[in-house]
Design a protein around this ligand. Sequence first.
Ligand code: SF4
Length: 358
Amino acid sequence: MIYIHVPFCKSFCTYCDFYSEIPQEGQFDRYTKQVCDEIRRRSAEIDDHTKTLYFGGGTPSVLPLGDLSRILLTLEECGHGGPYTEFTMEVNPEDIVERGLPYVQSLKALGVNRISLGIQSFNDNLLRWMNRRHDAEHAREAFRLVREAGIGNISIDLIFGLSNLLDEVWDQTISEALALGPEHISCYQLTVEGDSVLAHRLENGDYEEADEELCRKQYDHLCQRLREAGYEHYEISNFCKPGFQALHNSGYWERKPYVGLGPAAHSFSGRGRSWNDAVLEDYGHTEESLSVEDEKVETLMLALRTARGVDGEFLLANCLPENIDPLLREGALVKIGRRYRIPEDHFFVSDQIIRQLI
Ligand code: SF4
């Protein structure tokens, strides 16, 4: 599993505090050179068992195709070339519309077989409030172009948990998403991140956070609409048509090893975690091993995010019966075969449930 972080954005969204830079002259070239050097240096760490490649960001769709090709060629030279079982590229709608059908056709020709479109909302007022560069029409047009290019596995991202998201606007956004028929929908609850514009708005009294009741209402509505439309709710924030679970992200939840390349990218070796510095040039790499306790907590936290849940033997060996039993009695945890899971109607409070277990 390979993750490549593309730390460029043409503008910054109000809620985001990910590491990202507005691209300057010559930076794509220098970035690409560094990623290629890192591939060569860390080639032995790459485990091709789960053969997935994921370009995330930032905004990978701002990267010139020539630079993308150089990275793919370097992977090939090092013995980690395609075809990949799943090759995902995160893209923003406005880049797809600006660069047009030939761009998506080129992505497909380079081996991309899954596109993740950062739509977030189909409401223009909210999109402006988020400082997104696209509007709803761009989102629909981008989706159409990706489909026309022959990409049969499209994921779209949506955001809920905003205090200024009216019920009818949320319902309309879900309807618009369903009308497009994506194979996969990721839906994240807005959180106010440390140094984001939204955090400053909150401080200045220009934004009030949505309370838990409102977030829960929006989440429940989403779950109900997507269930009725035939989507499987296979992870707290992820839904798919049958057979379209994200392989790469599922690997994260199953704690499969992955190598993250590029500034600010994180990696997991199976024994320890490591990450690159969040700077564009000459980024360093820091490693951290995990204690037995860390591993136990991670396994529980990641597995219980999913509908597959956690292995029963693991749960019973690592959690006390006095913590497990009350959750089973109140239906916050259910046993299915040899596994235990948090049922969908308790997903929203999964953090509390996991804290109770550990
Ligand atoms: S949300 Fe995505 S597009 Fe927006 S600033 Fe963050 S990384 Fe860039």
